[in-house]
Each structure stands twice: as C-alpha cells, then as structure tokens.
Ligand binder design. Structure first.
Ligand code: ADP
Ligand code: ASP
Ligand code: MG
Length: 406
C-alpha cells in the first residue's frame, strides 16, 4: 500500500464535470489499495477573476484582504471535490490550509511555508478518509491570518504536504501529460521528457516554464520528494522529476524556456566611476526588488555608462520609481523603461561538460535576425533578452537548432 498525494490544477477542476472525473480517478487510486491525499487549485480562471474584481474597486488593494479573497477559490474546489468523492461512496474530508496545519510566514500574497503539522491529515487517513486539501493557502503562526503562496502555489502545497506526510509519490495533474523539451502549446514538435533532474526542472521553472511552480521544485529537491507530472485528461505516462544521474549529462540541452513577464529598466549616461552601481542597486534592494539580469555599457570615450537591468513586470512601476528617485543624485541623463521584451533560455546539465552552447544559441538567433539585448549564463543555462514579438520564433528555432524536435 502506498501513500500518494495527487494535485489537480485549475483546468483539471474547471467545472463540475471535471471535478466528478477527478473524484473518479481519486477513488480508483484508493480502490487499487493506496491511501490518497488530494490537493486542488481553484477552478481555471477563478483566481484571475477574483484579482480582476478587486482591481475594479481599487488599484492598490490591501494584500491581507487579497489573501482573504483569493484563498476562497481553492476552498470552493476542495469542498466540491470532497462532495464528488462522497457521491461515489467513499469517505472524504475537505480541509482548508489552516485546518491542514499549513503554517506560513506573514508575507501576504507570497508567503513561505514554515512547517506543516501533518497530524490531522494522518489521523483522517487512518480513519479511512480521502483528504482533499485546498491548495495555495496557509495560515500564520497562532492561526491569526490567512496567507497565499504566490501564483501557481498549489504545486508547492502538494509537494510540502507530500513531504510532511512522508508520501511515496507526489503526482501533479495538469493539462499536459508531462514536462516537455519546451512548452508544447508553442512548439508542437516538443518531446516529452520521461525523466528530468530537480536542478534542470528548477532552472526551467524559474526561467518561465510554468508547468511546475519554482518553489515547489526547490522544496521537492530539498526534501527529496519524488514528483510526477501527468495529465488528468488521459492515462499517459508522465515525467518523473528526480535526482540527477550519470546519463543525464549526455544530453547537452534538455529544454528551452521563455518568460514574457520581464521589464528592462535603463539608467542612461551615468558617470563611469566607482560606486554608481553600488548606489543604484542598494536603492533597488532596499525596495525589496529582485533584479534578474544586469548589463553595463561604457561609452566609447570611457566617461559615461548605461546600466540596464530586468525585473518582473509586476514590479516594473516600483523599479522605475526607485531608479528615477536616485537618477539625479547619480548624475544620470534619464531613465528608460521597456516592457516589450522577453527572455529565452536554454537549459541542460550537460553544459557543464560540453562547450559551444552559448555560441550556437547566439548564431541561431542571429540567423533569424533576432537581436540580443542582454545575456546571462550559469553552469547549466544561457539566457538572452530579446524583443517580445520574436519570443515564439526564438523558442521554435532554438528548439530545432539544439536537436530537440521530435
Ligand atoms: P495547472 O493549472 O494545472 O497548474 P499550468 O497552466 O500552471 O497548469 O501549467 C501547465 C502549462 O505549462 C501547460 O499548459 C503548458 O502550456 C505550460 N508549459 C510551459 N513550459 C512547459 C514545458 N516545458 N512542458 C510542459 N508544459 C509547459
Ligand atoms: N489558483 C492559484 C493560481 O491561479 C494557485 C494555483 O493554481 O496553483 O495561481
Ligand atoms: Mg500551475
């Protein structure tokens, strides 16, 4: 008998028909002799809809109240799923994040899980219940405030619960049947990976592949939770996310990711002297902004520089305000902002032992007349910032150039 955590994303619980199908799948897994804990997202589009309602009322809604609002979406699906499981004749118990003992820090709208007291979940399993937990939410210490875990956070709920109850497997059910070499909705030739290392998955997720939320992969890696990504719409074999093994290094590039959620800020014509970058990024860090790429260009006479950096689009206004506030003090001519950019990345643990990946990437983009604005690299990835309108083209041609077309 195994203990399995199954997480169903928004499209998997999009309406009552889908919820009934999920309940059947869950009950069948139990009938095969397993204990099942279910984690659900809100119905597809529900979280966006709730955010939209709040913004109809205020351009800057209070984050505590946003958590009160957004956590309701998952509460609805957990109760409906439990009702659907009971309708099939199996005992079921829906729990909110608080009832499941998911304790987080106090950072509203992007809280971190601090611990999970798995007692109530374990007791319910022992009593023969299928436990259905509302994903994406927790509660602060002392159970005073409801928090949410950031967009896509139900993946994290599932992985953290799997670790807390010592599950044998954490299955992430979504609308694609696994992790592909790139987003299969953009490149139909993308191929499914049967296995991928935590480290590669972490890079792909943080570089924009939303099939798994970044923090859920971090958590799975840290606590060694075996994760499978599968489709709730069929019974195809999924992708296993596991520790790296020898064979994986033979593949130079295992995936291509893209991220359209980027903004580039440039501070133009600052004096090229010690301390300028330090002052700029000190101001940025003090505003709790996380910068991704940084590029500095020195003018031909060596006297001045332009410094560009990227931030997530959601932080672009704040980043612009902070940069404009220090621009005068730094002696800058002006500050520019570009929203129409994206980041494309190639990822693979094989890059550690194979050279030439960056040059092939640059040549492929050049051959298609795609200009590179910024570059960053790590041991297992190369990323380029390009014009937003070339994103899909870049992903397709890189996918082909690195031999990933199936
Ligand atoms: P859910 O609502 O189930 O959490 P998401 O929309 O968050 O589902 O994630 C699934 C989506 O991730 C897919 O529909 C696909 O478009 C996208 N995706 C991006 N990159 C990849 C990839 N490399 N492999 C599979 N899916 C990907
Ligand atoms: N419903 C939340 C979101 O849309 C969490 C999730 O789906 O994982 O971000
Ligand atoms: Mg998701």
């Amino acid at each position: 008998m195994a203990l399995i955590v199954q997480k169903y994303g928004g499209t998997s619980v999009a309406n009552t028909e889908r919820i009934k199908a999920v309940a059947e799948r869950v009950v069948n897994t139990a009938k095969e002799g397993n204990n099942v804990v279910v984690v659900v997202s809100a119905m597809a589009g529900e979280t966006d809809k709730l955010i939209g309602l709040a913004h109809q009322i205020s351009s800057n809604p209070n984050e505590r109240e946003m958590d009160m609002l957004l956590s309701s979406g998952e509460r609805v699906t957990s109760a409906l799923t439990a009702i659907a499981v009971e309708a099939l004749g199996h005992k079921a118990l829906a729990l909110t994040g608080r009832q499941a003992g998911i304790i987080t820090d106090t950072v509203h709208t992007k809280a971190r899980i601090e611990r999970i007291s798995g007692e109530r979940i374990k007791k319910a399993i022992d009593e023969g219940y299928i436990v259905v937990i509302a994903g994406f939410q927790g509660v602060t210490e002392g159970e005073t405030e409801v928090t949410t875990l950031g967009r896509g956070g139900s993946d994290l709920s599932a992985v953290a619960i799997a670790a807390a109850v010592n599950a044998d497997l954490c299955e992430i059910y979504t609308d694609v049947d696994g992790v592909y070499t790139t987003d299969p909705n953009i490149v139909p030739e993308a191929t499914k990976l049967l296995r991928i290392s935590y480290e590669e998955m972490l890079e792909l997720a943080s570089l924009g592949a939303k099939v798994l939320q970044t923090r859920s992969v971090e958590f799975a890696m840290k606590y060694n939770v075996p994760v499978v990504v599968r489709s709730s719409f069929n019974y195809n074999q999924g992708t296993l996310v596991v520790e790296e093994d020898k064979d994986m290094e033979n593949v130079v590039v295992s995936g291509i990711a893209y991220d359209k959620n980027q903004t580039k800020i440039t501070i133009v014509n600052v004096p090229d002297k010690p301390g300028i970058a330090a002052k700029l990024f000190d101001a940025i860090a003090s505003a709790n902004l996380v910068v991704d790429m940084i590029v500095q260009n020195i003018s031909s006479d060596g006297k001045s520089a332009d410094i560009s950096f990227t931030v997530p689009k959601t932080d672009s206004k704040k980043a612009l305000d902070v940069t404009e506030a220090v621009a005068g003090e730094l002696g800058a001519e002006r500050v520019d902002k570009r929203e129409d950019i994206s980041k494309v990345s190639v990822v693979g643990v094989g890059m550690r032992t194979h050279s030439g990946v960056a040059s092939r990437m640059f040549k492929t983009l050049a051959d298609h007349n795609i200009n590179i604005m910024m570059i960053s690299t790590s041991e297992i990835k190369v990323s380029c910032v390009i014009d937003l309108k070339y994103t899909e083209l870049a992903v397709r041609v890189l996918h082909e150039a690195f031999g990933l077309n199936g």
